[in-house]
Ligand binder design. Sequence first.
Ligand code: DC
Length: 214
Amino acid sequence: MIITIDGPAGSGKSTTARKLAARLGVPYLDTGAMYRVVTLAALDAGVDLHDEAALTAIAARDDYELDLGPTHIRVTLRGHDVTEEIRSMRVNDHTRYIAASPGVRRILIQRQRAIAARLGSVVTEGRDQGTAAFPDADAKFFLDAALEKRAERRLHEMLADGEEVSPAQVLANLDERDRTDSERAVAPLLVPPDAVRIDTTHLSIGEVLDVILA
Ligand code: DC
């Protein structure tokens, strides 16, 4: 069984996907982590983030790995644990270049399908899971919330991780990412036509989970 959860940053999709997967006893796949680790690898390599061939070559390497646990995801790059580093502001500020690369998207979608085929059942979350990666998924959800609410949630997460960021920085970064995610020519953020849409602005994670399970 494949369940997809798509939506913008801060919509609650990561926490919801994790809890839903735990409830169903299946693994969850955070596809944003894949774009993030490729971003980090590209920054480390110092390549031009508009160089399509270089980005595609980095995505095609097998020096990064996702360890999918029942309630967590651990990410390694060249053997180093980068689970926290991929959530840093430095990575946040550059994921849009990697997400806009057709070559990177092609490779990551292939890898997402291979992971799902190996696992059998998965809750997978991202921006294009119900549209490009798994158009035939068994159930699709699209989560959204007001920008200010999403920024507030992201700020709490980042402060809890020890990042030094201001509310204004987080709001500006989310606003910019919303724009680039929706406007990019390659795989823009779209609501799958057959998805259940949930506005999480005034809902707790528990309430979102109840809607999904129902
Ligand atoms: O969900 P997130 O903030 O971890 O996503 C990180 C970046 O990757 C963000 O710029 C959106 C992009 N992304 C994407 O384009 N497609 C996905 N399936 C998942 C994430």
